[in-house]
Ligand binder design. Structure first.
Ligand SMILES: [Zn+2]
Length: 155
């Protein structure tokens, strides 16, 4: 069986030394598995020997529908469509829509926690501006915030 090294992938097993981002490159492809939505890639960690699917630790994990349907539900929610309307439009159970939006929110919180830096904020100045670039139908909102005591940061 041909196995390809996944250079940017880390092991989802929290007890594995390969789990940290500082030690990637120990995961290889390990065949496929079937779902109702099609086949999905399976991976194997060199270090701990555990196998896992490509959607492990993502909101798509154990999803029984195409990823595109999940994404469409998330986009509709962001656009302000309520869960009942999404359920009717996408022919999904209300509980399914609710669970998916909870998964999406949890994933977003995890992303923000991992990517944002903690700052000691004393005085925050924030402002927004709405502008029209191209079409009046698609206004653009710009948001800026600045920590006042660190104004020298721009020098
Ligand atoms: Zn591992």
């Amino acid at each position: 069986m041909f196995r390809r090294i996944c250079k940017n992938m880390t092991c989802p097993n929290e007890e594995c030394p390969c789990h940290t981002d500082s030690n990637p490159g120990k995961v290889v492809t390990h065949g496929f598995y079937k779902t109702r939505a099609g086949k999905r890639r399976r991976h194997r960690c060199f270090i701990c020997g555990k196998t896992f699917c490509s959607t492990k630790n993502t909101p798509y994990f154990r999803l029984q529908h195409p990823k595109s349907t999940f994404d469409e539900v998330a986009v509709l929610s962001v656009e302000g469509v309520n869960k009942s309307s999404i359920s009717r439009v996408k022919s999904l159970a209300w509980n399914t829509v609710h669970d998916w939006l909870e998964k999406a929110a949890k994933s977003c919180r995890k992303f923000i926690c991992n990517k944002s830096k903690v700052m000691d904020i004393h005085q925050l100045q924030a402002d927004e501006i709405r502008t029209i670039a191209g079409s009046k139908k698609t206004p653009v909102w710009l948001f800026a915030a600045m920590e006042v005591s660190r104004q020298g940061w721009y020098q």
